[in-house]
Design a protein around this ligand. Structure first.
Ligand code: SAM
Length: 291
């Protein structure tokens, strides 16, 4: 199964008018050189239909994810308000973990901070000395400033790609690296790189805390997504039909949750000494990785 999944990341995306097919590289190559007026470009015509051939990036689809979280922030906000993703329970557990750091003295890097709407009151209860948030969405960051700044601790917000940001972060610069529901958009190789840089960025004794979409050990990505989509369709009832469609498209197109054993292996390879799944709520689990 792991080999099949790895192979599935090496596919071309062929858009055939309204049909989208994912094909392994070889058949597409054969199709390409097999005739039909193909020329070496990203666009060609096949049997009169306009076909777009795009090499699937080895990176996450930054533009699609960024557009979703810029234009559909109110949809995500409804999910927060209605607690569809168990933010209340999950962030109560996050508070417990932060309380292992001395209040007012620890530094925290929040990767994919979003609006920090649920995190801000938790941080207010156990404030850091310095909070640094990074996110693709300017919409979310503008809101984050309003939730975080009144609490009096140091706040820096950066608009950009968390993957680039963490690679440029100086070594041993934070006590806590936090990523809430953000890393599941990265493909496997980039998750491994993110783990490596999270470890490098942590001070000795620091930890990486990650509530996120996590599969069951024996579950394929497809089965996980099916389970998640069924849950959205039956419980996210405050969404309008177009909003629900946008959420389902986002999940099925951009979510790459891992198995528990994969997360533990990635953390070990990055140098973390201990990995623990602390809690599981629905489709999500909170993990702590100690440097
Ligand atoms: C599901 S929201 C989670 C927001 C918040 N952390 C929470 O717990 O509610 C995912 C956030 O990650 C951000 N994000 C996803 N990929 C990113 C990337 N490569 N760089 C920066 N931000 C990213 C999105 O813009 C979005 O705000």
């Amino acid at each position: 199964m792991h080999i099949i999944e790895a192979a599935a990341e090496l596919v071309y995306r062929v858009e055939f008018n309204r049909f989208v097919v994912l094909l392994p590289e070889l058949p597409v190559f054969v199709l390409a050189v097999g005739g039909y007026g193909f020329k070496a470009s990203r666009h060609f015509f096949y049997a009169g239909n306009h076909v777009t051939l795009t090499r699937k990036s080895s990176r996450m689809d930054l533009q699609t994810v960024g557009t979703f979280f810029n234009t559909a922030w109110s949809v995500y906000d409804t999910a927060l308000e209605r607690n569809y993703m168990y933010h209340r329970e999950i962030y109560a557990g996050v508070l417990d973990q932060l309380q292992t750091c001395p209040a007012g003295q620890y530094t925290l890097l929040d990767l994919g901070c979003g609006s920090a709407k649920t995190f801000a009151p938790v941080l207010a209860q156990h404030p850091p000395l310095r909070y640094v948030g990074v996110d693709l969405s300017a919409t979310a960051l503008a809101e984050a400033a309003t939730w975080l700044r009144p609490h009096g601790f140091g706040v820096e917000l950066h608009e950009g790609d968390l993957f680039d940001f963490i690679q440029q972060t100086p070594p041993a610069s934070f006590d806590v690296v936090f990523a809430g529901f953000a890393l599941h958009h990265l493909l496997k190789a980039d998750k491994q790189t993110a783990f490596h840089h999270a470890h490098r960025t942590l001070k000795p004794g620091g930890f990486f805390l990650m509530p996120d979409a996590v599969r069951y050990e024996d579950e394929t990505r497809d089965l996980y997504l099916e389970r998640y989509v069924r849950n959205v369709q039956t419980t996210w009832t405050a969404l309008s039909p177009p909003q629900m469609e946008a959420v389902i498209e986002h999940i099925t197109g951009q979510d790459y949750p891992e198995r528990p054993s994969t997360l533990a292996r990635m953390a070990k390879e990055a140098g973390f000494s201990r990995s623990q799944e602390l809690a599981r709520f629905g489709h999500h689990a909170t993990w702590r990785f100690d440097a």
